[in-house]
Every structure is written in structure tokens, then in C-alpha cells.
Design a protein around this ligand. Sequence first.
Ligand SMILES: [Zn+2]
Length: 179
Amino acid sequence: MTNPFPTIQDLAEKNAGATSAFKPKLTLQGLMSRNAMAIISCMDPRADPKDFWGIEAGMPPAMIRNAGGRAADALRSLEILSALGEGLSAVAVVHHTHCGVGQHGIDDAHIKRTLPGRMKGSPSALGGKTWDSYKHQMEEESVREDMRLVLADELLPKDVQVLGFVLDVETNRTTEVRL
Ligand SMILES: [Zn+2]
């Protein structure tokens, strides 16, 4: 199977963002002097907040991306943002349609069946691990579940605003979900 995309080595060799015209837009000091916002979204290239919300380089939201845009994976980062600068003011949870771990994707049972043929360790290493797929839910339900999980994290500021959205990858439109 040929890969039409550059390899990681190709990307690193090209390092296309490092032009002589590059000027850093932010400093750590600058970041530490204000509130933090965070967007949790899927690692899927179709679910990049830069694209669906037009976030440009140097804009402040921290983007936390993982399989499904699940909050369970993101709490550690949210807690750190809460301790930086002026703390964390707002979090957006974004799940998207046609997600690889959503309704049309794979579930934990599939992962448990597939990894033993590919993993370097013995299947017992899978243990009781779960991957937070949400094949059993509509995107709106998984967004609400994750909004509640963020709200329940006692290490986050008490006035943190938690918003939820579903991204339709066919239109790039986000629709707000309320608790
Ligand atoms: Zn996804």
C-alpha cells in the first residue's frame, strides 16, 4: 500500500514552519499573565479547532486532542492549565460526527480483539483497560457525559465555564450542546 502523504521524517526534514520570517507570537510570560481556555477535540485531522473555528497561530485556546476528544484523557492538562497564570476560565468539549471511536467507528471490544494480533506484549497486558469509545451513544450524549466529567473535577476552578459542541465533519459546522 503506498502512502500518498509525507512520512514523519519527511515532515521533520522539511520543518516547513521554520522560515527565516518566523517570529514567535507568544511567550511563556505572556501566557502566564492571562486566563487559559481549552478546547478538547478529537485527534482526527478533520476535527482540528484551527479549521472549524478559524483559530490562528498565536490565539490563546489550548487545544487538547485525543481519540474521540474525550475529557477523561484531558483532565490532567486542564488541571495544569488551572495552575498556570490566571487559571482556567473556559473549556469546550467537541465531539464530531463519523468519529473513529464514535457511532460509526470502533468500540472497546474491537480494540481488545484487534490489538492481540499487533501488540508486542502478551494479550494479558490488555488487563482491564478501556478506551472510552462512545459507539453506544449519540455524539450529543457523549459530549454531555464529558461536560459533566469536567464539571466534576474538583481540582478545576469553581467558576470554570464548560461548553459542549458537536462538529459535523461534512459541513465543518459546530452545534452547541447544553446539559
Ligand atoms: Zn474522532
